[in-house]
Design a protein around this ligand. Structure first.
Ligand SMILES: Nc1ncnc2c1ncn2[C@@H]1O[C@H](COP(=O)(O)OP(=O)(O)O)[C@@H](O)[C@H]1O
Ligand SMILES: [Mg+2]
Length: 261
């Protein structure tokens, strides 16, 4: 396994299903999920009776038009939002039933979240930003700073520890955000258009890095992206459309008589 992982890291080549950890059990299991927003101007149902599973070790891409509900779905999986109905098991815990205090503890323990924008705190250094989730849960500062330094090294930013976010490039800021998301050793990585604000080359480099940490740390990852080339490097691509998630089949795989999954 280590050989496979380091080879994957060294060559930064696309992951294939066989490179990823075998599916041991569902890390995410969603049943009968409904989300309806009820603003004054009238209700908006984003999904209803949505079922899907993500196995431990999978790296799944979610694509879909703007407004399809991708961010809302990730927020629900990450206990940042609550469903209107249904069960949402994430890391063996029903996150749909949490109080806000339970949700915060769960997020801190189990979920690494990366957004399109880095949301790093501008007045703190890269290392302090990465240490923040550890300090928030009461870890002593020396240990937190050491673990943050280890993570910055893992994302290739050893020499940027003392830089503030404004002194980093967009790609470097996302690397710091990824290190901050993972410093607590979560099992599930949720990434919402993590490369959406980056140029093509930098986007590919950040995606390479996500893939590498996914493999090296045995994560289960769900990545929302508009970039089909990057999405198709994941073990599965799902499209969210009209409230349903279905396997995305690339046009080149659609041949007469080949049917679909
Ligand atoms: N708090 C809210 N109240 C009402 N509507 C919302 C709220 N949050 C999101 N929406 C609507 O839900 C839809 C899906 O949003 P979102 O999950 O952000 O989609 P995506 O990430 O796929 O672009 C959008 O039409 C959006 O306007
Ligand atoms: Mg979104």
């Amino acid at each position: 396994m280590a050989g496979i992982l380091s080879a994957a890291a060294a060559q930064a080549r696309p992951a294939r299903e066989t490179d990823l950890r075998p599916a041991e059990a569902a890390m995410v299991s969603v049943r009968g999920l409904e989300k309806t927003y009820r603003p004054a101007r009238g209700p908006l149902t984003l999904f209803k009776n949505l079922d899907f599973e993500v196995a431990a070790g999978e790296m799944v891409a979610i694509i879909g038009q703007s407004g399809a509900g991708k961010s809302t779905l990730l927020h629900i999986l990450g206990a940042l939002d609550t469903p209107s109905a249904g069960t949402v098991y994430c890391a063996s815990t029903n996150v749909a039933k949490f109080t806000s205090r339970q949700a915060a503890a769960f997020r801190n323990r189990e979920i690494g979240y990366v957004w399109q924008f880095h949301y790093l705190l501008p007045e703190f250094t890269a290392q302090e930003n990465v240490a923040m989730p550890l300090l928030a849960r009461g870890q002593n500062k020396r240990e937190a700073m050491q673990l943050a330094a280890n993570w910055l090294s893992e994302v290739g930013l050893d020499d940027r520890r003392d830089h503030r976010p404004g002194e980093l490039s967009g790609g470097e800021q996302q690397r710091v955000a990824l290190a901050r998301a993972l410093v607590n050793n979560p099992r599930l990585l949720l990434a919402d258009e993590p490369t959406g604000d980056l140029d093509e080359t930098t986007a590919r480099q950040v995606f390479d890095l996500i893939e590498r940490v996914h493999l090296n740390h045995g994560l289960t990852s769900i990545v929302v992206t508009h970039n089909l080339d990057l999405a198709q490097r994941c073990s599965r691509v799902l499209r969210l459309e009209h409230g349903a998630l279905s396997p995305y089949i690339a046009q080149s795989n659609l041949r007469p008589g080949s049917g679909s999954e």
